[in-house]
Design a protein around this ligand. Structure first.
Ligand code: NAP
Length: 392
């Protein structure tokens, strides 16, 4: 495949967006990176003495919760992971990978070389350059919407024939099908979804769910070992490892994550503000709104567009809101009918007023109705004023 900057992947509709981005100076890979020492935050020796060593062998065997057994030979050689798409989440996940002593390479549509320099990560200006490094794992962290064009631009022939492709997309059936379609049969495929992000995982990943599906990984040999090493990163970080099919993930995620994001997005349009009397529930809503809008709209749109179960959930939400409204207005209707047709007095209306002032039983003038509470009980000021008039 011809040498291509990741910029070239983008659909024409994105052109204007790209034009506003900082210009990337493409340097020859060798000049840029040959003088750069491999930087590991934690040496193999350190990690062997770590009290939180994971069950590498158990993970390799698909038993992530089994008793912990070290695999020394795996721990001694860090793996090389190439992150494609180094935005918000790519940078966040790189932190955990580095903490576990592995080598992180990155490329993206935008230039993150400065950030990478500061964080001991090798940044490559093009797909070609990063693939020439022959990473063990290519970790796709691009937006859901751009993943297909990103993936189709990877020069696969430059990679090792048993390279593992993993992704972190928040939907799972779509990347699984895409990876199966695009990659040669020797390449491994592990679809993952860390169920947390830069906000929820900023204080550590302990007990946070990490969903994965080993879609296509050879049972033994180097690919199986590299896959085990890759998954062990998240287990070592304390994640709750959940092996689950991509279909099952999408079903659960539509009913949980998509609903959460949707409610957060709806609330964001209410422009809620903190008050001096916030309840715990309200604080939770404020936090939810803040977390939701810190993610890109592309991400949210991807959750909708690329999860077959999402539209059903939007309809469920719509129905649920209707039911709640019907409950409220239904009760209101009963009260109004009692007042208008049966002339049953309302609770809270003074007995004297009830006997003498029929206007209490009817709605206020249309012009005076400003809130729903006008429907539920007669305007107190008016009834008092009427009483005063009657008694004078
Ligand atoms: P995002 O808006 O979903 O994705 C941003 C990334 O996509 C950036 O790396 C960006 O590259 C790249 N990108 C966007 N449009 C592109 C295009 N037309 N061509 C090439 N690259 C393009 O935000 P994100 O939070 O970083 O999420 C990245 C992935 O992680 C998504 O698949 C998401 O579902 C998944 N994920 C996110 C979270 C989270 O909490 N944020 C949690 C779990 C999984 P540039 O930055 O170079 O422009």
């Amino acid at each position: 495949m011809a040498s291509s900057s990741i910029h070239n992947l983008v659909h024409s509709k994105d052109t204007m967006h790209i034009a506003t981005r900082p210009k990337i100076t493409t340097l020859p890979t060798k000049n840029l990176f040959s003088s750069m020492p491999m930087r590991h935050t934690r040496s193999a020796k350190l990690s062997r003495s770590s009290p939180t060593r994971p069950a590498l062998r158990a993970v390799a065997a698909g038993r992530p919760n089994a008793a912990r057994e070290p695999l020394n030979e795996l721990e001694e050689s860090p793996i090389k992971i190439a992150i494609i798409g180094f935005g918000n989440f790519g940078q966040f996940i790189a932190g955990g990978i580095k903490r576990q002593g592995h080598i992180v390479l990155a490329t993206s549509r935008s230039d993150y070389s400065e950030y990478c320099n500061q964080h001991g990560i090798q940044f490559f200006q093009s797909m070609d350059a990063i693939c020439e490094e022959q990473p063990d794992v290519v970790l796709v962290c691009s937006s859901i919407l751009s993943t297909e064009s990103v993936l189709r631009a990877v020069p696969l022939h430059k990679l090792k024939p048993d390279t593992i492709f993993a992704d972190v997309l928040s939907v799972k059936q779509f990347p699984r099908n895409l990876l199966l379609e695009v990659l040669p049969s020797g390449f491994g495929i592990v679809c993952t979804h860390p169920m947390f992000g830069p906000e929820s995982g900023k204080h550590g990943w302990n007990e946070l769910p990490f969903v994965y599906d080993k879609v296509r990984v050879s049972n033994d040999g180097m690919q199986a070992r590299r896959c085990a090493q890759f998954l062990s990163i998240f287990e070592r970080e304390g994640c709750r490892m959940v092996e689950m099919s991509c279909e099952e993930h999408d079903r659960h995620a539509a009913g949980s994550q998509f609903i959460t994001h949707t409610i957060g997005r709806i609330l964001s349009h209410l422009e809620l503000e903190s008050t001096p009397i916030n309840t715990r529930g309200y604080e939770t809503l404020l936090k939810l709104t803040e977390n939701t809008i810190s993610d890109s709209f592309d991400l949210y749109y991807g959750l909708f567009m690329y999860n077959v179960n999402a539209s059903e959930q939007i309809e469920n939400l719509d129905r649920a809101f209707e039911i709640v409204k019907q409950k409220l207005f239904g009760r209101l209707h009963d009260i109004l009918r009692k007042q208008i047709v049966e002339r049953v007095p309302m609770q809270g209306v003074p007995a004297r007023g009830r006997e003498t002032n029929i206007s209490n039983y009817f709605l206020a003038d249309a012009g005076k109705i400003t809130t729903l509470s006008h429907f539920a009980s007669p305007a107190q000021d008016e009834s008092r004023a009427d009483e005063a008039t009657l008694s004078s």
